[in-house]
Design a protein. Structure first.
Length: 325
């Protein structure tokens, strides 16, 4: 099942809008699993969450879904809510038990370790400091135990808020075992370090097969790690919300490029840094780069950014072009 497009006549802030989505098993899908991640971005109030929730409004006469390869009753997995610790523990325990039942290893201890590793495989390369280690057979309900960076075994409630959020998201999805499904997730970056935000899409692409993920986000890291063909940018135009589809990649995948080109953030640097840059550029254009004034401005800039920053490299390039130092 996948959603080809949605037509919305009127739903909250969305009016007379048609949005297209990339399909699973398509050109931009994961080569191994066939999963595809569509990312919706835009400023607050532009209707990102409304667009996600409108997909569940199948009986609303103002909303028409174009669904391919399945009937309209196919499963839609909504991952809006954040599960409580007890529910996350239940999810992890259920996944391990199911993995254990699916394995053919005759030795129960080895089979249990294999079942745990199958769960951990989804997080490979993610850079998470803790790792799910085992189920505490002495605890009531077999609480999941995690090994910390210093080797200590702790329960879920002792993990950082970001680690808890990561396990909430992934364990919930793994337990649902999505295949040929439509998966809706609102702001998956919630509580996650930017380095984890860069990689969260990779984890989604490993869960199940031929799934179509539709994500709403504010994260420039997630946007930077999404193929531009899979981006849907909701933007206000002529007093209404319209979808924009990038026709080419951004000029760079650094955060500043994404903020300016994909998220319409006009001034993403502190005002004093912008003013210092303008002063330094003006002095160089006036061939005053060796003046005491230019040196003073440069030193103030170097207190705020590296000498190898994109701006400072650009200034050195301008000097080389005209034979300066």
């Amino acid at each position: 099942m996948y959603l080809e497009k949605i037509n919305i006549k009127k739903f909250r802030v969305l009016e007379d809008i048609e949005v297209y989505f990339q399909p699973p098993k398509g050109a931009t899908a994961d080569a191994k699993t066939g999963n595809v991640v569509n990312v919706i971005a835009g400023v607050n109030g532009c209707g990102k969450t409304s667009l996600l929730e409108s997909i569940g409004e199948r009986k609303n006469p103002n909303i028409r879904l174009s669904i391919k390869n399945s009937n309209i009753d196919a499963r839609v997995i909504n991952a809006f809510s954040h599960k409580q610790n007890t529910l996350v523990e239940d999810s992890i325990r259920s996944i391990v038990i199911q993995n254990n039942l699916d394995l053919t290893e005759s030795n129960p201890q080895i089979r249990q370790k294999q079942a745990v590793e199958l769960f951990n495989e989804a997080f490979d390369g993610f850079g998470i400091f803790t790792r799910f280690e085992s189920l505490d057979t002495l605890a009531n309900g077999q609480k999941p135990l995690f090994k910390t960076i210093n080797g200590e075994l702790v329960t879920l409630d002792k993990l950082s808020s970001g680690e808890k959020q990561l396990y909430r998201q992934i364990a919930g999805l793994m337990l649902s075992q999505p295949n040929n499904s439509l998966v809706l997730i609102d702001e998956p970056e919630f509580g996650l370090h930017p380095a984890w935000q860069q990689k969260i899409m990779q984890i989604y692409s490993r869960i199940g097969h031929n799934n179509q993920f539709i994500i709403a986000t504010h994260s420039p890291q997630i946007i930077a790690n999404t193929p531009y063909q899979n981006l849907i940018l909701l933007h206000k135009q002529d007093h209404k919300i319209v979808p924009l589809y990038p026709s080419h990649p951004p000029s760079g995948v650094d955060v500043n490029s994404i903020l300016s080109e994909m998220m319409w953030v006009e001034q993403f640097l502190p005002p004093d840094v912008l003013e210092l840059r303008e002063q330094y550029r003006h002095l160089i254009e006036q061939k005053l780069e060796n003046s005491p004034e230019a040196e003073a401005v440069k030193q103030k800039l170097l207190q705020r950014e590296s000498n190898d920053s994109k701006f400072m490299q650009e200034m050195r390039f301008l000097l080389r072009l005209r034979g300066g130092q």
